[in-house]
Design a protein around this ligand. Structure first.
Ligand code: ASP
Length: 327
């Protein structure tokens, strides 16, 4: 038996935490948002940052942090996720969400749910309480009923006058053969409004989450990129991404995974990788949108090609901010 006194435990390595969130990319002209709206958007983004950061600051997991941040955004009528989700072509709401834990590569997703108040919570439950990655439609709702933490609401609970107006405009435009699915082709400012979060925790783990109502006037049954792992959401050991934009392009170009793959295989910086995918590849293909990305060193990238993206961040040095346009 050793007679040496026990070595004092080495202090835990100082790991810094970081968090980045978005409330959707789109084209919101600077004068389209009144002072009151602007204040409210910034306040909600800050509440989401606070919810996620409180968890990270006390040593909690990146997974808990992204879920908490997204729940705040889902509960706000300002964003196209949960309350305030856009209407589909039948005048109802179908919600998509996904979450991924980079460290374990576990992931959960739900598509086309209509009565789940916080789809991100259900996505997490799919990850933790089923052997599957994605559940869709009625099967997802049936599973929701087995989980006490999941609240269901009538589909009309998600209604907001603003989204109703967007639907009516999009449908008018469609009738006039001017456009179909994209807000940007109608008179309305193009405005996606999906929400997402990516976090780095004190253990160096990265998680990402995304939640959406999809795109205004989408066809009944349409599923976008947000619940598709690798398209709208991705997290691995060194990088995490949540996307927002014209989902069909994000699916075809595996946008979220592509950003992290560039970091892993090409050794690109997070900023360069995110910029290249969002500002070159997606627009060259005809799509638009943005993304938030975070790496294991706490670097943050928030590129968008759509004129604006509601976003907020807390960097590993503790500095924080929220923004809408390029400013
Ligand atoms: N990406 C979402 C979708 O296509 C829309 C958005 O970002 O707001 O469903």
């Amino acid at each position: 038996m050793s007679t040496h006194a026990a070595e004092p435990a080495a202090p835990a390595p100082e790991r810094r935490v970081a968090l980045v969130i978005h409330g959707g990319a789109g084209f919101v002209p600077k004068d389209a948002l009144g002072e009151e709206d602007r204040r409210e958007v910034h306040a909600t983004l800050n509440r989401a940052l606070d919810a996620g950061y409180a968890i990270l600051a006390r040593g909690g997991s990146a997974l808990d942090a992204v879920e908490a941040a997204v729940v705040v955004l889902e509960d706000s009528p300002r964003f196209n996720a949960g309350k305030g989700a856009v209407f589909n072509a039948k005048g109802a709401h179908e919600l998509d969400a996904s979450i991924m834990d980079g460290h374990t590569r576990r992931a959960g997703a739900v598509a086309g749910v209509t009565t789940v108040r916080n789809p991100i919570r259900l996505a997490r439950a799919v990850m933790e309480h089923t052997p599957h990655v994605m559940l869709a439609g009625a099967g997802a709702e049936e599973f929701a009923d087995t989980r006490p933490e999941i609240r269901r609401v009538p589909n009309t609970w998600f209604d907001t006058p603003h989204r109703r107006e967007q639907l009516e405009k999009a449908q008018r435009a469609e009738r006039e053969k001017r456009a179909a699915v994209r807000d940007s082709d109608s008179d309305m400012p193009a405005y996606f409004g999906t929400v997402g979060a990516v976090a780095l925790d004190a253990q160096g783990r990265i998680a990402a989450a995304t939640s959406t109502g999809g795109m205004t006037n989408k066809r009944y049954g349409r599923v976008g990129d947000s619940p598709i792992i690798g398209a709208g959401t991705w997290a691995d050991e060194r990088c995490g991404v949540s996307g927002t934009g014209w989902g069909e392009f994000y699916i075809r170009y595996a946008v979220a995974h592509d950003i992290c793959a560039r970091v892993a295989y090409r050794g690109q910086s997070l900023q360069d990788a995110a910029e290249e995918v969002v500002n070159r590849i997606v627009p060259a293909a005809g799509g638009d949108g943005g993304a938030i990305a975070l790496d294991r060193d706490g670097n943050i990238a928030m590129p968008f090609n759509s004129g604006s993206m509601f976003r907020g961040w807390i960097r590993s040095d503790g500095s924080r901010g929220t923004a809408i346009h390029e400013d």
